[in-house]
Structure formats: C-alpha cells, structure tokens
Design a protein around this ligand. Structure first.
Ligand SMILES: Cc1cc2nc3c(=O)[nH]c(=O)nc-3n(C[C@H](O)[C@H](O)[C@H](O)COP(=O)(O)O)c2cc1C
Length: 331
C-alpha cells in the first residue's frame, strides 16, 4: 500500500510518551492517527494515583487521540480500569501483554501473562463478557520462544479483540535483535482481529520496505523511531523534516512543561535525558554528547549540554541507525 496512507499509531514508552510529550508532539509535528499512553497497573484498592490521573485527565489529553493502556492479570481490575478510562472520556482500552521487565513478569503480568495460556483465556472470557469499551491487545509472540505464538493466537481468536498489536519478539529479546517476521506473517494469516505491526520502524526507508513486504498491513505502531525523529510521521505524510529551530522549540517546550509539572528542574532534566537517548541519533557525530547526556546529574548540566548539541552538531536528514538500545527507564 502507499505508505503515505498508512495508519500510524505511536507506541507507549513509559517515562517518555507522557501526556506532555503526546500533546506537544501532536501539536508540533502531527502525522499520527493515535497515541497509546504508557501502561498503568491497577491496584486491588481500585484507586488511580495522582500521576495516573494527571496522565489521563481530559484537560491534558484534549485534542490528542489517545488510547490508555492497562497492565494486569486480574479481570476484575481490568474491568474496573476500563470503567475509569471510559469515565475519563476515552473510547478504547489496551491490554499490555508485552512488558519484559523482570519485576513485571515475575508477577505474571505483561509478557509474564503469556506463560499462562489457561489463565489468559479465563481472563479474556471475563473481560470480553463485561467490558464497557472495545479492548485492543499489545503482545509479544511468546515468552520463551516464537513457537508459543500459535497457541496464543488460538486464544486471541476466541475473543472480539478490536486490534492485535504484535511486537514480534519474545520476552528475553527485550527490544533488541532481529524481529521474527515469519511470526507476523502467521498472525496475518490466522488472526481474527486486525493486526498492527510494531517494531524497529525508524526511517521512511524502513516503512517503505515493510509495506512492500507486507502490503496487507494497513496499520503500524512506531515507538523509538518517532522519539528519535519527531517529524518522521509528518515526513511520511509528505511534510517537511524537522529543522534546528523547530527541534529547539520542541525540546524547550517539553523541558519547561516538565519543570512546571514537577515544580523543580531536576526531575525535568531526568525526563529529557530519556528523550535525548533517542533524539541524539538525529544529529551527526552525536556519540560524545550521548555519553555525556547519560551522565547528566542536574538541570544546569542538562541545559549546558542541550545548548552544546544545538550549537555544535549538524542535523541529519534521517536517524542514524541502529537504534536498538533502550534508555535508562526502559522496562
Ligand atoms: C523506554 C521504553 C518504554 C516502554 N514502555 C512501554 C509501555 O508502557 N507499554 C508497552 O506496551 N510497551 C512499552 N514499550 C515497548 C514499546 O511500546 C514498543 O513495543 C517497542 O519500543 C518496540 O517498538 P519500536 O521499535 O517502534 O520502538 C517500551 C519500550 C521502551 C524502549
């Protein structure tokens, strides 16, 4: 299919794609059809934390097509979370079956849920009999190996999943190494739910090559690629690449926004470090600055480094690959 008309969703990236990021990206660059918010994990007391409410409040999400994501293995907690999400004005809720973090999987959540197909089946049975909103699922293709995916697809196919977002890696692969495109092909052949592809789409060439190989896929989800190049989706629609002044305005809007939200500059600088872990790939010879950025300890150091990057480095026409590392807060 013509890549310009691809439906593009932005991936949830805990620690990066906050409400402020989503709103700023949407207003400044656009090009995305939907923004998936990072997961929240309901507690058995059924209370949303202040941070969760801030991220999902109508005031912060107005004008940005957002899908909240929930991570749990308990149907009653998911159903409660879906009601909260509906009451906040959202029209869909997403289930996280991909998080590879050891602390998450040890509790049987995220990718850890994939190890318990019978429980997953019972969970879906309860969720789909009572959910107040359409439910989409973001999944890996297995916990230990890709052969698990057939059984998982068999379970998914029993339920009216609105959209099945597939990141074709298993848990131990985290976000590195080659994706298993054969597993994606299997999903496309046998999934009852529409399949969205997610993984390693970083440049327009990646999108073109992917579309050529899988012309039947009309929706993709992009995470690190659009953090590294915030104008990627605009370029996909035929628009201009980001220029230096625009990027400076973008990072300063985010930094000032975080300073206001946190009431102090230290945590704002931490947030920006996570963003720069990817964004630095849009600058030529950024390695030295990338190293220094990882060691930033306070706001003054951050501001100095950011000024140095914009002052010293040339912008690249597209991201320098590979991008397969993950930043300090990757789950
Ligand atoms: C820092 C970081 C945070 C992430 N947080 C989430 C999350 O909250 N929920 C989720 O489903 N996936 C999360 N992911 C996975 C991404 O959504 C996405 O599946 C992954 O980055 C692969 O897509 P990409 O190659 O386009 O980045 C995270 C990944 C990273 C690197």
């Amino acid at each position: 299919m013509e890549i310009r008309t691809l439906c593009v969703e932005t991936a949830p990236l805990e620690g990066i794609t906050t409400w402020l990021f989503r709103r700023t990206h949407c207003r400044m660059f656009g090009g995305a059809d939907r923004y998936f918010a990072p997961f929240f994990s309901p507690v058995s007391e059924h209370i949303l934390t202040r941070k969760e409410l801030r991220d999902l409040s109508p005031e912060h999400n107005g004008g940005v097509p957002t899908v909240p994501q929930v991570m749990t293995k308990r149907a009653e907690d998911f159903l409660w979370a879906a009601e909260q999400v509906r009451d906040l004005g959202f029209e869909e809720v997403n289930l996280n079956l991909g998080c590879p973090s050891g602390t998450v999987t040890a509790k049987g959540k995220g990718a850890g849920f994939l190890l318990r197909p019978d429980e997953l089946d019972a969970f879906f049975d309860a969720v789909f009999s009572r959910a107040c909103l359409p439910v989409s699922v973001k999944t890996r293709i297995g916990y230990h190996n890709a052969e698990e995916f057939g059984c998982l697809l068999g379970i998914f196919n029993r339920y009216p999943i609105r959209e099945l977002i597939v990141h074709p890696r298993v848990r131990r692969e985290f976000y590195k190494g080659p994706v298993h495109l054969d597993a994606l092909a299997a999903a496309l052949e046998s999934s009852r739910a529409p399949v969205t592809y997610n993984g390693d789409l970083v440049t327009l060439e990646d999108l073109t090559a992917f579309s050529k190989r899988f012309p039947e896929v009309d929706t993709v989800m992009i995470g690190r690629g659009m953090v590294a190049d915030p104008a990627l989706l605009r370029k996909l629609r035929g628009g201009a690449p980001a220029d230096r002044e625009e990027l400076r305005t973008y990072t300063q809007t985010l930094y000032q926004g975080y300073r206001t939200a946190y009431g102090c500059p230290g945590p704002a600088a931490q947030r920006m470090k996570e963003l720069w872990f990817y964004l630095i790939h849009l600058f030529d010879n950024g390695e030295k600055y990338a190293k220094k950025m990882r060691r930033v300890g306070n706001a003054a150091e951050y501001e100095h480094l950011e000024a140095g990057i914009f002052g010293d480095l040339d912008l690249l026409p597209q991201v320098r690959k590979p991008l397969d590392g993950t930043g300090p807060s990757a789950p």
